[in-house]
Design a protein around this ligand. Sequence first.
Ligand SMILES: NC(=O)C1=CN([C@@H]2O[C@H](COP(=O)(O)OP(=O)(O)OC[C@H]3O[C@@H](n4cnc5c(N)ncnc54)[C@H](OP(=O)(O)O)[C@@H]3O)[C@@H](O)[C@H]2O)C=CC1
Ligand SMILES: O=C(O)C1=N[C@H](C(=O)O)C[C@H](O)C1
Length: 250
Amino acid sequence: MSDVMKVGVLGALGKVGREVCAAVEDVDGFELVARVDADDSLESLVEAGAEAVVDFTHPDVVMDNLRFCIEHGIHAVVGTTGFDESRLAELRSLLGSSSTGVLIAPNFSIGAILMMRFAAEAAPFYESVEIVELHHPTKADAPSGTARRTAELVARARADAGVGPVPDATSTSLEGARGAVVDGIHVHGLRIRGMVAHQEVVLGGIGETLTIRHDSMDRASFTPGVLLGLREIGSHPGLTVGLEEFMPLG
Ligand SMILES: NC(=O)C1=CN([C@@H]2O[C@H](COP(=O)(O)OP(=O)(O)OC[C@H]3O[C@@H](n4cnc5c(N)ncnc54)[C@H](OP(=O)(O)O)[C@@H]3O)[C@@H](O)[C@H]2O)C=CC1
Ligand SMILES: O=C(O)C1=N[C@H](C(=O)O)C[C@H](O)C1
């Protein structure tokens, strides 16, 4: 790879894609060679010599984009949501032992990564925990990728510490009133005009609660993490899940 990495952005006209294009153009070390949006051909990435792509598109199209990138040896830094274990398994199998790197990060903002980590650290100390995610009303997926990931991390931390199921005496309710359940953790989604991306993890024990909250007020909050992903992806072949893998968190 040359000193300047040639980058293509998928979803370049979208809310986050626009921010990513501006950030890639603004910093040294990267050249934005392709802006790809719906109905544009992925071949333009190859024609432009893209060495890496950033994908902020839609859960319905991201797997096709990644199949193309892996087939053409283009690294991928992916913010698009909708990844479950079967999708991750397919990516691992497609990547095999190739030198191509794919990073799937449910959230690129530094504060959200810390919020997930703090929630997992606190989880073993509390009987109760629920997650509330709040987003703009144009969001396609619910619950958010961040909320799903937080629930998985919290559930794993509780299981590792031998904490039992969260207490809940609900025996009658309207469908949805208690939210979705991810690995035994209740997750509630709000869609509110004026909001961007926000999450609270509410933990409770005898006589006390602890609330861990993160707010992205601007989509610029995602771009430093995306640039970190681009800087690191060339030296991390295979599949990486979570930007924290590239951060010195100890
Ligand atoms: N990991 C993270 O930190 C973050 C993740 N996200 C996730 O990123 C994704 C995008 O979010 P957001 O920017 O808000 O969404 P937008 O809808 O604003 O942007 C998505 C863009 O991708 C375009 N698009 C659709 N299909 C394709 C395709 N096949 N190839 C290229 N472009 C395509 C859309 O075009 P059209 O509108 O015409 O369909 C649109 O312009 C979501 O999954 C969201 O959850 C968002 C913020 C942060
Ligand atoms: O759609 C969004 O906006 C966001 N999507 C990601 C998610 O689903 O977690 C990240 C962030 O919450 C913003």
